[in-house]
Design a protein around this ligand. Sequence first.
Ligand SMILES: [Zn+2]
Ligand SMILES: [Zn+2]
Length: 190
Amino acid sequence: MSPAVALVPMGQVPGMTLKVIAGNIAGCLDLVVDILPGVPLHQTAFHPSRDQYNAAVIIEYLESMENIAHGKILGILGVDLFLPIFTHVFGDARMGGRAGAMSLFRLSRRPNENPLKISASEMLRPENLAMERGAKVALHEIGHLFSLIHCSDPECVMHFSGGIDHLDRLPLYFCKSCLRKLHAAFSASA
Ligand SMILES: [Zn+2]
Ligand SMILES: [Zn+2]
């Protein structure tokens, strides 16, 4: 029996994006993934002068949710997330821990906002682009929850990505080495 992952939508989150993220985690990693009923945005995490939510506070809140039986919990938010040392983050997760959080807020944007410079390959529908990017961020954070560190292989979703253009260059899968480590972690936690 593989370990189970709970996706917790917090605030307004498109249902189709949740399903795409769940499907990618389940398909890529053979994990049981459940989409739990949504919870309101945790307002203690809101930082008024930044107009953003603190990812670390959201993660602590998810870790404190007692009625979730799943081994790993990923909160999915539509609002912008930050960590004190970063202007914004796509996601964050407790290394080898139980909970992580990710934001869809910046994922609909095109890498190049100038419409005259958008190439044909960049003419993807923004909502489709956001779903693919969301699935990558989710896989990456799930990797951290199973103790994976950043990978030096640019053909691996565990490679560090500092911005949307970099995220777009990452594949929607793990390299062989990370996949091996993940499966070892699954057997250890099953
Ligand atoms: Zn990371
Ligand atoms: Zn890797």
